[in-house]
Design a protein around this ligand. Sequence first.
Ligand SMILES: [Zn+2]
Length: 131
Amino acid sequence: MIPATDWKQFARSLGLVVEHLPLPQGIPAVLAGQSLLLVSNMLSASLVTLAAWHEIGHLALHAGDMESWSALPGGSALLARFEREAWQFALVFPSWDIEDILAALEAIHSFGILPGTLIHALARCTYEEVP
Ligand SMILES: [Zn+2]
């Protein structure tokens, strides 16, 4: 299990360069191509950690660039699925300290960013764990 707080180390092991900078409001992290992960230096560490794992999830799960995927027939549904999968990855792949994940989810909620996709991912995680 990789502690969620070790995201930077994990990102570097995938060959990502991590840069902290003031991103536009409402954007905690974003992938720039396949080798650069930009993270906000103005948001809470727990929110940035969750968002960074989400972006790492895209890198790990979704080859190719989002624009060409979205141009395909059914592309928007595919992108919505990618979003859910990346949130699921962020929630279940690393090992979270309960305080950190609650703080991150609270921050996301209060921001009003990351609409339904995260809720769906959470719901699916919950349902899948029920026998
Ligand atoms: Zn995403």
